[in-house]
Each structure stands twice: as C-alpha cells, then as structure tokens.
Design a protein around this ligand. Sequence first.
Ligand code: NAD
Length: 364
Amino acid sequence: MSAPVFDYLRRYRFKKVVLCNDTEIGLRAVIAIHSTALGPATGGLRMWTYPSEEAAIMDALRLARGMTYKYAAAGVNLGGGKAVIIGDPRKDKSEALLRAMGRMIDQLGGEYITGEDVGTTLEDMETVYSETDHVVTLPEHAGGAGDISPATALGSIQAMRACAERAWGTPELGGKRVALQGLGVVGSKALGMLVEAGAEVIVADIDEEKVEKALQEFQVKAVDPEDIYAQEVDIFAPYALGAVINDDTIPRLKAKIVAGAANNILAEERHGDELERRGIVYAVDFVANSGGTVFDTDRYRKGGFQPERAMANVRRIFERIEEIFAIADRDRIPYYGAAERLAEERIEAMNKVRLLGRPDTAHY
Ligand code: NAD
C-alpha cells in the first residue's frame, strides 16, 4: 500500500482497513471501517472493475467515511463502513465469491454490516446472508425492508426540492429542466418522479439499453454520457458514480443546482468551494442520498419495521437539507462543510452521552 492511503487513514481518523483475499475463489476485496462511534460500521458492498488496487482501496475509504457522516446527519445510530470487491459484476460474480465475501464479513463479528450497492443486488445480499448475519439490506422474505431504491430516489428528489426553494423560492420542480446522469435502479425511479412532477428531463447512461427503456417509457431526450454536463438545464442530477464534479466538469455546468443520489459527488472538497463561488446550490450527497438508509434501518427502531414511519422520515430529508443551508448561513461555510458540521455535532453529542453510559443502540 502506498503512502497516500496511510495519509488518508490518519487524516480522517479511520479505524481500520481489511484487505481480503481468497486465491482459490478469486476474491480480492477491501473492507474499510471508518468509525464505530455511533454503532457498527455500516455501508454497501460494491463490485466494480477498478483501474488499480489502490483505486479500489481509495474508493472504499472515501465511501466508508461518507457513510459515517450520512448516518450521523440522518439521525441513525450506525457508524461508517464500506466494502468493495474488485471485479466485473457481470462476469466475475458467483455464489462462491459472494459467500467467501460473507465469511470475510462474518470474521469481523459485527463490526461491519453490509448491504447492496453498485454492482450487487438484494439477491446477492441473501447469498452473503447465508454466511453472516451482518447484512442490513435484505429482501422482505428474508426479514429486510426489501428494495430501498424507491426511498433513495424519493429522498434525493426531496433534497432537490429543498435546493429549488433556496434557488428560486419555491420547491416546485414543474417546468424545470433537469440533466439526469445514470439510469440505474435509483436514477430510473428518480426519472419517474421528475417526469411526474412536470420536469423536462434529459438523460444519459453508458448502458444503451437503459437509455432506450427510458425513451420508450417517458417523453425525455437522451444525450451522450460526455455531453450531459454541458446541457442548458436548471438542475444537474448525478445518479451514476462519484467524483463527477471536478475540474473538468465544473466549467461545463450551466445548472443552478447539483442534486442527485450518487455517492461522493465532489472529486475533492475544493470542488464544493468552486460550486459555491459560482452560486450553484449543492444538495450534499450523503444527506441527499440517505433515503434508502433511513428506510431500511427503520427495522432497528422500536416496534420493528414500519414502512409509513420510514417513508415519513425519508421525506424529512427536505428539512435536513434546509438545516444544512441554515448552518452554512450561520457559520458562513460551504454546504459540504455545514453538512459535516451537522454530523460532527451529533457524533460529539453521542460521545458525551457515552461518557454517562453506553446508549442502547438496539433501538433509537
Ligand atoms: P446502478 O448500478 O443501478 O446505476 C448506476 C448507473 O450509472 C448504471 O445504469 C450505469 O450504467 C450508469 N453509469 C455508470 N457510469 C456512467 C457514466 N459515466 N455516465 C452515465 N451513466 C453511467 O446503481 P444505483 O443503485 O442506481 O446507484 C446510483 C448511485 O447512487 C451510486 O453512486 C450509488 O452509490 C448511489 N446510491 C445508491 C443507493 C441505493 O439505494 N441503491 C443509495 C445511496 C446512494
């Protein structure tokens, strides 16, 4: 492992990183545990063809840290973690591989709880679950909340509405032009919600089948993936992968709002400053995309999983984003900094509670 990884661990106070290998099965994976201050480190299991091993490790680290902040800001008593399997989910995924990963997770004894993510499905989680209890996203028949992507999509649209209110004084999305990047499980549902709200949507995906499906289903326009940034739109909505707001893309943006469900939207924090400088309202990713998390962790609340209560809390993402704007205005800091402050204030408060005695994290 090269120096930048350890620099990153020190700088952001990581608890640990586990490198997993199973030569026979061909498993190469990373489990990053950022923090367990509020509860077990929790976050999805991603499978992706990374350009290098270091890229995979850095992705796991960035995503794990995002999870700590996401749970803290969303008011959920869990810590931040993330796992990635290096490989092509369409070619390299097998029952043996997923079960080997499940055993790796089980060896951590509950310090890390996994879930579905880019490149893995709920069915994959059931396979992982056959080797370890430490799985949060599961199908309904296995005791889970089922598909969380509608909740993630709804939460991100609520975040977009809060941004619209800040930018234009009204949360209405009717008539707004939106450039939507990524038509995966979340992006496709967000598309349906945007069309229903009366927005004019332009879509892009590297998967032509998904673009074709969107064109057949809705009255939308499609552009090449590289052209999505420069569209004449009011809102840029990232629903694909991270680091899409960077030196290369910011000068191309014409939108007044950046809001979507992708994780780690900013390549670096300074890109958040640059959005601010250009007067672009940004729905901080880890709060904007916390809907699925708020929804499926409801089963740890008193009385077990209650879908209506869970969805009501997902809708409150609107207020969470407003809270971020209020902190940003109060402390004169960028939005991403305000969201982190919101999360840090909560972790700090919980640590104070811990001084008085460990809180019961079974119900919150
Ligand atoms: P997904 O794999 O179903 O969808 C991602 C889509 O992006 C795919 O259709 C893929 O072809 C497309 N894509 C990849 N690179 C692209 C590019 N350069 N340009 C255009 N499209 C591209 O994943 P998902 O579950 O819909 O998640 C989307 C994003 O939201 C991810 O960043 C994920 O981490 C985040 N997220 C998802 C959830 C959830 O509930 N699934 C929750 C929180 C955050």
